[in-house]
Ligand binder design. Sequence first.
Ligand SMILES: Nc1nc2c(ncn2[C@@H]2O[C@H](COP(=O)(O)OP(=O)(O)OP(=O)(O)O)[C@@H](O)[C@H]2O)c(=O)[nH]1
Ligand SMILES: [Zn+2]
Length: 335
Amino acid sequence: MRRYGKHPDEDDVRIRPGRKGSRPRTTIRPKHEDAVPGFVLTVDRGRITCLVEDRTIHAMKARELGRKGVVVGDQVAIVGDLTGDKDTLARIVRVEPRTSVLRRTADDDDPYERVVVANADQLAIVTALADPEPRPRLIDRCLVAAFDAGLEPLLVLTKSDLAPAETLLATYKLLDVPHVVTSRDDLIDDATADQVREQLAGRVTAFVGHSGVGKTTLVNALVPARKRATGLVNAVTGRGRHTTTSALALPLPDGTGWVIDTPGVRSFGLHHVDPGRVIHAFPDLEAGTEGCPRACSHDEPDCALDAWVAEGHADGDRLYSLRRLLATRERREGD
Ligand SMILES: Nc1nc2c(ncn2[C@@H]2O[C@H](COP(=O)(O)OP(=O)(O)OP(=O)(O)O)[C@@H](O)[C@H]2O)c(=O)[nH]1
Ligand SMILES: [Zn+2]
């Protein structure tokens, strides 16, 4: 598993003055020693549904957590009524340090960023080959978000019955991104669904995609128990249907990993992205950035990467691909 950046979530690194003086302490002794671990399945307006052992329970955030958010994928510590019985409400008293955070800015001009999913290892970027037409810039933006967050991307191309995948795949060949090509009819056969599941085994995969690309069709084929899982969540939240405004974690059959379904996106704001983190996904180029000016955008006249490529240390097409991705941070009509 690749991890980029020392502190994926600054929020988790707390330094507090000690009781006697101002000597910083980096650890806080857990106050709630009777708390049990839980895994956040979904969050619906402050109502948090968690998996505790094999029970689905309903909880809210303890006041002591302050403004710290709790998101799908979080590992948490919970106290209170853990029976999961109707009308019970437990309290989340701690959010464990996150191994990754997938962020999204609503809009590039809007610096407000949301953490979409915590602790995912992989980002499945779901794109239809037709109806709706693929949007390569949206794919690029999702790739940048994945690289920035330290998630490994997986391209999932759906509706292969409507158009071939070759042209689109050619665009991503140099980036070395793994891919799967699927269609609704193929997925009816469980053996085909298994081929997709192989890419998800043992990992936590967040699925993102534009509305209408067939993400629900795909996720339902991958997680046959989805309806049951959604039903469980509904039983706990008491709502008629699962809200599509929140992400939902679903277990793959046989406990081989998690699929995190996220609401359809129209755009993927990248205000928060740091080129210094994105380049970790390009180890062949990263080695050449030593001669770059401070805070180099890697797309400016003094960037050392042009010389690095000219000297034959890396492939010029790779530099082109990196710059194409970084350029998607500039907002354009239609993003
Ligand atoms: N031809 C074709 N149609 C498909 C395929 N997969 C899904 N569809 C259709 O595309 C439409 C959208 O599919 P959904 O699975 O609801 O897509 P979604 O991405 O979840 O869309 P939202 O719910 O809007 O986020 C539906 O009418 C599906 O029947 C496919 O492989 N081929
Ligand atoms: Zn540079």
